[in-house]
Design a protein around this ligand. Structure first.
Ligand SMILES: [Zn+2]
Length: 466
């Protein structure tokens, strides 16, 4: 039976193989030659380890800079070419082209006379670019992202990824956890500022080199390390998990259910003002002029600074929250968007700007909470967007009227308790999150820990009656 199915597949595939070979110019796969068996150098992560990225600044030499800029350009070119190949194959021939075919096409491009400059760049790095394209398509088919767009020099971040065979790492015996890193096609090791060591004795699994729009180079070092989960955080004197509800907002970055707030760093406000000023300046400059490019550069630098300051603040905040609580509850990010567009905030450029900064901060906050919860054995609960966190009275659970954004506090018609708008929402989120967490925890076989992320996509039955 298996044989018959095999043959059926082959009949279909010869036609598509011919289109791929003759029309799309994708070379045939290499023939199987029965090579001698080799021990697999596994890419499977060791059991019990977590992936973690350490980021370092580095200062390339002039030669390295030139080589890296060439690499970034080649990665972008290969990504776009692979995208065009996949799109055209489907549009014109109804042939679906996957990673393996684009990878074979890459071999052809490297051999072709017109694109022989691709040979100056490590082939594994270019292959990674096609891998990224492939995951962009996977995300699109899964419905979690839009159709992949071509990368543009002016818009896309410069990045190149080196897998294990694309770099050499030698740990420094004097300073364990640091060492020398040399990239493929480069003779000298990179001048890396090891601001903190990676775990001693580990070899990086993957490296990503980036250049931000301010022209700074960074090395993102991926390691697989054993991270010990923290002891469970329980409510003092009770056998219940400690939980925190987080209400995300524009006025305060985060309002917690205990009434405390976390503001955007003050420094950001200063930068925000400067950014708004520069942006006004940019709009006055003539398109394509030298002055416009200068202002552009300044804006890029300021964005880089803002992202650094924000990252530091959020890192500390999320570490503290994850240490102190077993369960962290947030609302679906879409809620925040809905609320703001309904109230008409964001007409003016400055309001839009502070919104985009807040957006980036919330995205980063959730991303950090996600991976830190996974590292330390905590749970992040993302509550459904239809949960009425703002309108529900946290004392008696009566549902009140819809509140305009300007209303900062309100009194419940049922139980006459006066609520701060954001604190009330945070308390509601905490309670709903705990309920969902218990529901999931109860259904687990004994001894199993609840997952790192719980997402409630549908309103649970009976939620309204509680
Ligand atoms: Zn009430």
């Amino acid at each position: 039976m298996a044989g018959a199915a095999d043959q059926g597949d082959r009949v279909v595939s010869t036609a598509t193989e011919r289109v791929k070979r003759e029309v799309l110019g994708i070379p045939e796969p290499r023939k199987y030659r029965g090579a001698a068996p080799r021990a697999l150098t596994g890419r499977a992560p060791e059991p019990g380890t977590q992936q973690r990225v350490y980021r370092y600044r580095f200062y390339p030499t002039e030669t390295q800079t030139r080589q890296l800029i060439q690499t970034f350009g080649a990665c972008r070119w290969v990504y776009n070419e692979g995208l065009a190949l996949r799109a055209n194959a489907w549009r014109d021939h109804h042939v679906s082209v996957g990673f393996a075919e684009t990878s074979r096409a890459l071999t052809g491009w490297r051999r072709a006379a017109g694109t022989s400059w691709l040979r100056d760049v490590s082939s594994t790095v270019l292959q990674q670019s096609l891998r990224h394209l492939d995951s962009a398509f996977t995300r699109f088919f899964r419905g979690t992202a839009k159709y992949p767009k071509p990368k543009r020099k002016s818009r896309s971040r410069d990045a190149a990824t080196y897998v294990r065979t694309g770099f050499r790492y030698r740990e420094d015996p004097e300073r364990p956890g640091t060492g020398s890193i040399a990239l493929a096609k480069q003779s000298d090791p990179l001048d890396v500022r090891w601001s903190r060591p990676i775990p001693a004795g580990l070899t990086p699994v993957k490296l990503t080199v980036t250049r931000d729009r301010a022209g700074r180079f960074f090395l993102h070092v991926l390691v697989e390390e054993r991270i010990a989960p923290l002891p469970a955080a329980l409510v003092p004197g009770a056998d219940a998990p400690k939980a925190a509800g987080l209400d995300l907002g524009l006025a305060a970055l985060v309002t917690l259910d205990d009434g405390s707030t976390v503001q955007h760093p003050r420094l950001l406000r200063k930068y925000e003002k400067r950014l708004a000023r520069l942006q006004r300046e940019l709009h006055r400059k003539q398109k394509g002029s030298c002055n416009r490019r200068k202002v552009r550069g300044k804006i890029a630098g300021l964005y880089a600074l803002i992202s650094d300051v924000r990252g530091d603040g959020l890192d500390q905040l999320t570490t503290r929250l994850v240490r102190e609580n077993q369960v962290l509850v947030v609302e679906d990010l879409a809620v925040a968007h809905l609320m703001r567009s309904a109230s008409g905030v964001g007409r003016r450029r400055k309001a839009r700007l502070s919104e985009s900064i807040a957006d980036a901060a919330w995205g980063e906050l959730l991303r950090m909470l996600r991976y830190k919860c996974a590292w330390y054995g905590r749970t992040l609960v993302i509550v459904d967007r239809f949960f009425p966190s703002t309108r529900r009275c946290s004392a008696c659970h009566a549902k009140g009227e819809r509140l305009p954004l300007s209303t900062r506090s309100w009194t419940c018609a049922e139980c006459a308790v006066t609520h701060d708008r954001d604190v009330n929402a945070a308390v509601n989120l905490r309670d709903e999150g705990l309920r969902l967490y218990r529901e999931v925890a109860m259904a687990l076989p004994p001894g199993r820990l609840p997952p790192a992320v719980i997402r409630a996509s549908k309103p649970a039955k009976g939620a309204a009656a509680v």
